[in-house]
Design a binder for this molecule. Structure first.
Ligand code: NAD
Length: 253
């Protein structure tokens, strides 16, 4: 039986956990070969092995997306091992922040911007030429609902995700005629380790998180993965430069 993404190659950053892991698994289940990248070598290699054991095709490369030489190596390895690059999900990100703006820390500002903004930029900078040379491709960047509006006590994170939306729209306009579509996803609260870290110091946040979404629950990483695969599919062929909320209605209020 042929699958939707048979013969295609997908690259996923932040693939060792959460949304990235779920999306790597979903790409593989849809027939794509998946190059997984993360700073967490042990967890990333474990997920890649599990995909291969289940009959999928995956490889793992340790890559810190803030480092240009790591990202260059990642994209080179993708083409060397799988022959092409059709889809890139630039998803690695950090939250790190627990303070209101005036209590913010300069080191945390730099660390968030480095991963969330520079990381996405570094990845696109390496991926786009490969896609353009091959006649096209699709990029999906992970922003957040915090990239569309305010995020109290997470102003640096919010600024970083607004920047991801800006990078996404600009790249979409610059490379649309070269066959490269570029979109961002904007999840609200998703059930991952990032969320668990954020609620560990205040368990009351769990109820708040559920009730902030009109559909009455938080999202699952598999629901985000399904949206990423849709944006990469031919069905989304006329969709580029969008920042798509995946938010149980949160931004509709
Ligand atoms: P997570 O912490 O579960 O997973 C993030 C992964 O990124 C980890 O495996 C981590 O090792 C990796 N990573 C961190 N820094 C890296 C770097 N410099 N280079 C390579 N990999 C790195 O988080 P998640 O919830 O799956 O988040 C994934 C993305 O989704 C992030 O960009 C995050 O900002 C975004 N997001 C998450 C939520 C949520 O509620 N979980 C909501 C909106 C947006």
């Amino acid at each position: 039986m042929t699958q939707q993404f048979d013969g295609k190659v997908a690259l996923v950053t932040g693939a060792a956990a959460g949304i990235g892991e779920a999306t790597a698994r979903a790409f593989a289940a849809a027939g794509a070969s998946v190059m997984m990248a993360d700073i967490n070598q042990e967890a990333g290699a474990r997920v890649a092995a599990a995909i291969n054991e289940a009959g999928g095709k995956a490889a793992f490369v340790r890559c810190d997306v803030t480092r240009s030489d790591d990202v260059k190596h990642l994209v080179e390895q993708t083409v060397e091992q799988f022959g092409r690059l059709d889809f890139a999900f630039n998803n690695a990100g950090v939250e790190l922040e627990r303070a209101k703006l005036a209590d913010g820390d300069e080191g945390i500002f730099d660390a968030i911007m480095d991963v969330n903004v520079k990381g996405v930029w570094q990845c696109m900078r390496q991926e786009i030429p490969v896609m353009v040379n091959a006649g096209g491709g699709v990029i999906v960047n992970t922003a957040s609902v915090a990239g569309l509006g305010a995020a109290p006590a997470m102003s640096i994170y919010s600024a970083s995700k607004h920047a991801v939306v800006g990078l996404t729209k600009s790249a979409a306009v610059e490379y649309g005629r070269r066959g490269v579509r570029v979109n961002a996803i904007c999840p609200a609260v998703i059930d991952t380790d990032m969320l668990r870290r954020a609620v560990e110091d205040d368990p009351r946040k769990e109820e708040v998180h559920k009730s902030m979404h009109p559909i009455g629950r938080i999202g699952q990483p598999q629901e985000v993965a399904a949206a990423v695969l849709y944006l990469c599919s031919e069905g989304a062929g006329f969709t580029t430069g969008v920042a798509l909320p995946l938010d149980g209605g949160y931004t509709a209020i």
